[in-house]
Write a protein that binds this ligand. Structure first.
Ligand code: ZN
Length: 603
């Protein structure tokens, strides 16, 4: 059989002011009965049908004889008339989504995920691909370069991929970005920062080098990606998000999250950025190579169901901050503060007793990615509770004394990641039981398939750490620290926005019992004009059982509800090093956090 010819793609920043890319796809040997083309409907790592084809403004086809008829067959599929090759399809694609999931083009920057850009000729999914990017013609800001981990070909703007799946798993950033570089595990790592930012690049390089090296060592010392790794960072005024790829990640972060030159401060925002980078890097193993069986291969034409997203997102969320403390980038007290906040976040979600993390994983497509006013009552995040279940599993394995979650991740890497075989739906329970040396079905039945809270107080206690619970001290209290005041508070049982609209009304709380609803705009408490400050004062001063008349608009109709306040729930967690713990517990704590037992209390 003759070698299959490559699918040739050309992409140009056709009109930055209209946010239009032009993308050409040429094949030498179109199918005899009319070549079909398909575009993905979702991007791996973000489990929502996004219908990328809706941004295709026009599609035409041509061969050496002239125009070829091409018609749409389905929302994501086109078919060209039967013709001789070479056949070229030309698409104009609108790109103005600043998120990490699709594509963006203006004079400051071009960015794309291949799945949102490149039509795949049906039947040629396994064919090699070439990509030629045309540098922008018109005026753009600065000298644009390309940052991508696609395999370079003849020059800085041409690339190749072994198949379509590889072509679309290396997003491309084009701009006059700032470039940082460091080495970890013997491989080059780049940081390309787009957007206006005054950043201490040397510090970011140094901190990320520690985090990446830690993760490489955790999985046995060899990076999983064949050449280099790239952090594509888009800086905005306010934003936070990331998407993992096989040897790169796209991050969206706020300007204030990056360290300023000359400042040694480790701000919460910078820790947040490091945690995001750490999270996406961990995915280079966990989900990009250790994958659910349901994703091998990906079917990008429709939803791919798995009850295991808690493994791929929850365990990754557990390790993202843990890698920061174990690599020495943050202190033990800072890590415990982050963990306290993570526990608080879950404790404030009544839906954790309604939906299991296995069910949340399965329904990500219609629930997690489509949150609404009732989400906190009806469901739980497989990231947030998944991370706590990962913590509980790690600590439980450590108490058994035979293994740790690190061992489980290494076993998954060896048996599934390196081996290239998908993880069956029940494999984590079986593997954890094998490592623990006893059946852990009860743990999984309660905390993964069931809706119980994992017994974190007990498990942390066995590691020399006390889990304390208290009431929130105000609307901005995210937990993680002891109370700043001893004043008691009452609770409304609702989340109020700055516009005085109720965003969420919590199941069984005073607001729900009084008949308040999400979307209601509060007008007055006790006959006095409503404000956030006024609500705060009211909750500080009124005792439990106090009756408060609340005037509010539902739609455009004025209503009056009488709320009976209750004592604020103990839904705010913070962790303390318990220095009276036994030597065994202190040794476990040091082993868990990767710190020396003598200095764990002070580092
Ligand atoms: Zn993730």
């Amino acid at each position: 059989m003759p070698a299959i010819t490559p699918t040739q793609y050309e992409l140009s920043a056709f009109d930055p002011n209209a946010h239009l890319f032009e993308v050409r796809c040429t094949i030498d040997d179109p199918a005899a009965d009319g070549q079909r083309y398909r575009l993905p409907t979702w991007v791996p790592g973000s489990y929502l049908i996004r219908e990328f084809a809706r941004h295709f403004i026009s599609v035409r086809a041509q061969n050496p004889a002239g125009a070829v008829t091409i018609v749409k067959e389905a929302k994501d599929t086109w078919r060209a008339a039967s013709c001789v090759g070479p056949l070229t399809v030309v698409a104009k694609v609108y790109a103005f989504d600043l998120s990490v999931r699709t594509a963006y083009l203006d004079v400051t920057r071009g960015y794309f995920n291949g799945g949102a850009m490149f039509l795949c000729p049906v039947g040629r999914e396994g064919a090699p691909c070439t990509l030629q990017i045309a540098p922008p013609h018109g005026p753009v800001h600065g000298e644009w370069r390309c940052a991508t981990t696609l395999t370079p070909a003849e020059d800085a703007w041409t690339f190749r991929a072994d198949d379509y799946d590889e072509l679309i798993d290396h997003p491309v950033e084009m701009s006059a970005f700032q470039l940082g570089e460091f080495s970890a595990g013997g491989r080059a790592h780049q940081i390309a920062i787009s957007g206006r930012a005054d950043v201490d690049m040397a510090r970011v390089e140094r901190d990320l080098a520690h985090v990446c090296q830690y993760q490489i060592d955790l999985f046995g010392g060899t990076p999983p990606f064949p050449r280099n790794y790239l952090f594509q960072v888009m800086v905005v005024g306010d934003g936070h998000g990331g998407l993992e790829h096989r040897s790169s990640t796209s991050l969206l972060t706020s300007r204030k999250s990056l360290p300023l030159p000359g400042s040694a401060d480790t701000t919460d925002d910078y820790v947040n950025f490091l945690g995001l980078a750490s999270h996406e890097y961990f995915h280079a193993w966990n989900v990009k190579r250790i994958k659910p069986q349901a994703f091998t291969p990906y079917d990008l034409s429709r939803e791919s169901y798995t009850r295991q997203l808690w493994v791929f997102e929850g365990i990754t969320s557990y390790y993202d901050d843990l890698a920061l403390v174990r690599s020495g980038v943050i202190s033990t007290p800072k890590y415990l503060e982050l963990l306290g906040r993570a526990i608080t976040n879950v404790l404030r979600t009544p839906g954790r007793h309604v939906q299991s993390i296995a069910d949340a994983s399965f329904d990500a497509w219609i629930k997690f990615y489509r949150p609404d006013e009732n989400s906190p009552n009806a469901g739980v995040s497989y990231y947030a509770k998944g991370a706590l279940v990962a913590l509980a599993l790690d600590l439980a394995l450590r108490l058994e004394g035979r293994s740790t979650l690190d061992d489980l991740m290494r076993a998954l890497w060896q048996r599934h990641g390196e081996a290239g075989s998908g993880v069956p739906e029940d494999r984590i329970r079986m593997l954890a039981s094998e490592l623990a040396g006893r059946d852990l079905s009860d743990f999984f039945a309660r905390y993964v398939d069931g809706t119980e809270d994992p017994p974190l107080a007990e498990l942390l206690g066995g590691h020399g750490i006390a889990l304390e619970l208290r009431a929130a001290t105000g609307a901005n209290d995210r937990g993680g620290k002891p109370a700043t005041t001893s004043k008691s508070r009452t609770w409304l049982g609702a989340k109020l926005g700055a516009d005085l609209k109720l965003q969420h009304v919590f199941t069984g709380g005073p607001a729900e019992r009084a008949g308040l609803a999400p979307g209601d705009t509060l007008v007055a408490f006790d006959g006095v004009r409503a404000s956030l400050e006024g609500l705060n004062t009211l909750l500080e001063r009124r005792p439990p059982s106090a009756h408060v008349p609340i005037h509010h608009f539902r739609r455009d109709e004025l209503m009056l509800s009488n709320v009976v306040l209750v004592a604020a729930p103990l839904d705010t967690a913070w962790l303390a090093l318990d220095d009276k713990a036994t030597d065994t517990a202190l040794a476990r704590r040091a082993a868990w956090l990767g710190t020396d037992p003598k200095t764990a209390a002070t580092t």
